[in-house]
Design a binder for this molecule. Structure first.
Ligand SMILES: Cc1ncc(COP(=O)(O)O)c(C=O)c1O
Length: 344
């Protein structure tokens, strides 16, 4: 029997019951489409409570779109976006950011998934040279693709570097809730207060269903975004059902409860996995992901019962993610199975 929950991805999780209830509660009567409705007004107010009254926020269906549209709002096609080589925008979006913006992405090797000012400085050249793309955006992922979390001072330094050069700092926050929970920060402290310009705000991995947002901390940058979103095919006609999800997520700290729980399960998984001598944790566990080097022969056998992704085939590193619905029992059963397989 396959277990009910795997450790493959926080995208494989269910929808949080409070979010389903919110969708159900919004499922009454007719209301105007395309965001001109009271549910959307209310969800936007909720975002403004968290991030400040002067932000602009736009809801979209998925994280790839949030990233592409964010970058599009900040660039012309002759600009470049500097990012870590593990960035979702570089590795996992099928070239959509390049296609959509026309920009070159400049990927930098970053072992733990995090950029530093020194790395970015090395890639910042060709300024004013008509033969060279012009770096315009630094894009980082918080929490990173390898489950690590930038320190607030790291983000502040990147923002300062960007702003001193007429560049912008974009954050792919597919897991911004996990990062903020890990750092003990509010959503605003983890983003806007550090100098972030535009945030792809993730809802889906934190218990929602196809609900992501683009948050602008400088209203001027949001100019014409309504048209970009529509052209980008991300304007929901029945917007109220996305809005209702954000309303639930940003009320009564649901975002924080979910993220804290997922992070706690990842730490438990780390603690238990460390007891197995044949496996090695390869990145610090700072959010809801655990990256593990395991004997190569064990991978296929483990996957027969638990589906998960191989992160680095050559290094035999796999990725195990926890979500808001992972239980302690799930972790214990999984670790028991891992111990059996790698020990056997
Ligand atoms: C870091 C990161 N950014 C963005 C996304 C969003 O991708 P999607 O377009 O699948 O919602 C993901 C999803 O896996 C992700 O891990």
């Amino acid at each position: 029997m396959k277990p009910a929950r795997s450790f493959a991805s926080d995208n494989n999780a269910t929808v949080h019951p409070e979010i389903l209830e919110a969708i159900s509660a919004a499922n009454r009567g007719h209301t105007v489409g395309y965001g001109n409705d009271e549910y959307t007004d209310s969800a936007v107010r909720r975002f403004r409570e968290h991030f400040g009254a002067d932000i602009e926020v736009f809801f979209v269906f998925n994280g790839t779109a949030a990233n592409c549209l964010s970058l599009k709002a900040l660039t012309e096609s002759y600009h470049a976006v500097i990012c870590p080589e593990s960035a979702h925008i570089y590795t996992d979006e099928c070239g959509a950011p390049e296609r959509f913006t026309g920009c070159k992405l400049i990927p930098l090797p970053a072992r733990d998934g995090k950029l530093t000012v020194e790395m970015v400085r090395g890639a910042y050249h060709g300024i004013g040279d008509q033969h060279h793309v012009q770096p315009r955006v630094i894009s980082i992922t918080q929490a990173s693709e390898t489950g690590t979390v930038y320190k607030p001072s790291d983000i502040r330094a990147l923002a300062r570097f960007a702003h001193e050069r007429e560049m912008f700092l974009h954050v792919d926050g597919a897991r911004i809730a996990n990062a903020a929970a890990s750092l003990g920060q509010t959503l605003r402290q983890a983003t806007r207060d550090l100098g972030v310009d535009v945030l792809s705000f993730g809802g889906t991995k934190n218990g929602a269903m196809g609900a992501e947002a683009v948050v602008f901390f400088d209203r001027k940058l949001a100019r014409d975004f309504l048209y970009r979103r529509k052209q980008g095919m991300q304007l929901a006609s029945k917007m109220r059902f996305i809005s209702a999800q954000f309303e639930a997520l940003l009320t009564n700290d649901l975002w924080l409860r979910n993220a804290r729980h997922a992070n706690r399960m990842a730490r438990l998984l780390e603690k238990e996995i460390r007891k197995i001598p044949q496996v090695k944790i390869v990145y610090p566990v700072e959010a809801n992901g655990v990256f593990v080097k395991i004997p190569h022969r064990a991978i296929a056998r483990l996957q027969k019962r638990y589906f998960f992704y191989v992160w680095d085939e050559n290094e035999s590193v796999v990725r195990w993610m926890c979500s808001f619905d992972t239980t302690e029992e799930d972790v214990k059963q999984f670790v028991k199975f891992v111990a059996e397989i790698v020990g056997g």
